[in-house]
Write a protein that binds this ligand. Structure first.
Ligand code: ADP
Length: 558
């Protein structure tokens, strides 16, 4: 909430007070002046009426002069009842004993009583100065009190001239000197004084009455606005505020009744109720979701625990198996390989030293040597695969002469080929460059391929290792080509899988473990070589190792 914010009640009260205060002042001033104007207008009208009456008296006397001053026999006898005397006398009579005064005045009066006072002199000056000005009035002092004063100019007509006209100084019918007036002179003024106490009292009363009425109306309007606002706006908003407070404290059951609220506030309340309902639903949904998730999590947790127990057991048994495997491998390595190597060596010696006349002995020794050799090869393959799985085989990458490798293969394989009565040849092209690779692994690959080729080639067949440089593709190829039993197309990819053998019956016939080609592919991958096979059943097979250009020594420098 803002630091300087005020409650709606305070704002309302302040605004109402300001509006009513200003309008009250404006009304009071306006009312006072309008009442004053009305009073003045009424006084003016009254004064004018008096003036007209006095004028009528004057006119009457003027018209009656001949009747008054002529006797019945037609003799003129001035009675002294001239218009001025009668007018002034009527005025004096009227004024006597009342606060009203009616009199005649001019600058050179014949009687001292008619000498103008200050207000009258001011009026006479105006009349003399401007013949179109006929009236002068206002509130002014008269005999020490505020009165409404009115002066009307007396115009000189022919009837006036007999007593006041030219020549000035001549004695008129009353025996007084004439003033020498002409028709355009101002003959003085009728001066009327009207008391204003009564009117002022009435004005005050009227203003007070109006002000009280206005105050009453404004207070009433203010009270109605206040009550309406309180009942229809402020209270419902207060309720809304309290309900928001409840929501904030987490009480989702907060709900509001419309009550006496105004339509707009009711819409607000409706909006709040909708929002509170949505929140409630969401909250409940959330709670049930949380519950469901908690149960799911607990179940998942239990499952995980169970699986962890299972994995731990599995791990234990795997560890046992691994221990057993490594014990077995070291046992195979020491307990089988060593005696087998001895057996091969002794069989070889015995074969070479046996009596040439005893062919059957020689064949027996040869059979022992051949099978032991196959057995040793199988054991070696098995150990190599196990080492590769354990990640303990590292491949070197050094320049090697493939001619040397081929010669070495020939040295190892020639005896076996001879025993299988298969011819074994190597053909190394003269332009074969050095290649980068692992000599031992390449040798093992070729020995495996050669041993397979010899095994699966019937007596009298041939096996050839060709090492060549393919100028077009700029690769070196090592091909083990035989004229053996061949491999069906559907088996050609699978033979590189571990333990895969085309025909288990033939396995028994040919001996083997199904690990040789798997090892060949692993060694090829290790060195960056590619291995592929082309074969036709009954005609023979060609296993081709391709050494890419980047591994050819000198090629990548070009
Ligand atoms: P094995 O120890 O059985 O020789 P390999 O992985 O070396 O295992 O060979 C897998 C299978 O591929 C062999 O059992 C054989 O059926 C087939 N095979 C491999 N080389 C040849 C080949 N030169 N001629 C015919 N079949 C072959």
């Amino acid at each position: 909430m803002g630091k300087h914010s005020f409650s709606l009640k305070t704002i309302y009260l302040a605004a109402l007070t300001a509006v009513f205060g200003v309008s009250f002042l404006a009304f009071a001033v306006f009312d006072f002046y309008s009442q004053q104007r009305q009073t003045e207008a009424a006084l003016l009208e009254e004064a004018r009426t008096f003036a007209r009456e006095m004028d009528a008296v004057w006119q009457f006397m003027d018209n009656s002069q001949s009747v008054i001053n002529n006797t019945s026999d037609g003799t003129y006898e001035f009675k002294g009842l001239h218009c001025s005397l009668v007018g002034k006398s009527v005025g004096r009579l009227f004024s006597a004993g009342s606060d009203y005064a009616i009199r005649y005045t001019n600058f050179n009066p014949r009687s001292e009583q008619d000498i103008p006072d200050e207000f009258e002199a001011e009026a006479l000056e105006r009349f003399n100065a401007n013949s179109s000005v006929k009236e002068h009035y206002g509130i002014a002092e008269y005999q020490g009190e505020e009165r409404f004063r009115y002066l009307q100019a007396l115009e000189v007509d022919n009837s006036c001239l007999s007593c006041h006209g030219e020549p000035a100084g001549e004695l008129d019918v009353t025996g007084k000197e004439k003033e020498g007036w002409t028709l355009d002179s101002v003959g003085g003024a009728i001066s009327i004084v009207i008391p204003i106490d009564q009117q002022q009292q009435t004005l005050r009363d009227n203003v007070i009455r109006d002000v009280v009425f206005f105050l009453g109306i404004t207070v009433f309007i203010g009270a109605v606005i206040y009550v309406v606002t309180t009942f229809f706006v402020l209270r419902p908003i207060g309720g809304l505020h309290a309900a928001f407070g409840k929501l904030k404290r987490g009480r989702m059951d907060a709900e509001l009744g419309g009550g006496h609220a105004a339509k707009e506030v009711q819409q607000l309340v409706g909006g709040f109720n909708d929002m509170a309902g949505d929140l409630r639903d969401m909250y409940e949904h959330l709670e049930s979701q949380v519950e469901a998730r908690t149960i799911d999590l607990q179940e998942a947790n239990a499952l995980l625990e169970h699986q962890r127990d299972k994995l731990e057991k599995l791990n234990e048994s795997l560890e046992q198996e691994t221990r057993f495997k490594s014990d077995l491998l070291s046992m195979v390595n020491h307990e089988l390989r060593t005696p087998l190597t001895s057996i091969i060596t002794f069989a070889q010696i015995s074969r070479e030293t046996c009596d040439p006349g005893r062919e059957s002995d020689r064949r027996s020794w040869e059979e022992i040597e051949k099978n032991s050799q196959i057995l040793l090869n199988m054991i070696n393959n098995m150990l190599d695969i196990a080492r590769s799985d354990a990640g303990s085989i590292k491949s070197t990458c050094e320049p090697m002469d493939l001619g040397d490798v081929a010669a070495s293969v020939k040295g190892t394989m020639a005896p076996l080929a001879r025993k299988y009565e298969v011819s074994f040849r190597t053909r190394v092209a003269s332009d074969v460059p050095l290649v980068n690779g692992d000599y031992e692994k390449t040798l093992r690959m070729l020995e495996n391929l050669a041993s397979n080729a010899i095994k699966f080639t019937p007596d009298g067949g041939s096996v050839e290792l060709r090492v060549a440089y393919d100028e077009n593709r700029q690769v070196v190829t090592l091909s083990m080509v035989d004229t053996g039993i061949g491999i069906a197309p559907e088996d050609q990819e699978r033979i590189f899988e571990r333990f895969f053998q085309v025909d288990s019956t033939s396995t028994r016939k040919y001996n083997g473990s199904g690990l040789g080609l798997a090892l060949v592919r692993e060694y090829a991958d290790m060195q960056g070589f590619a291995i592929s096979v082309e074969s036709e059943v009954g005609k023979g097979s060609a296993f081709v190792i391709t050494v890419p250009k980047r591994l050819i020594v000198g090629e990548d420098d070009v």
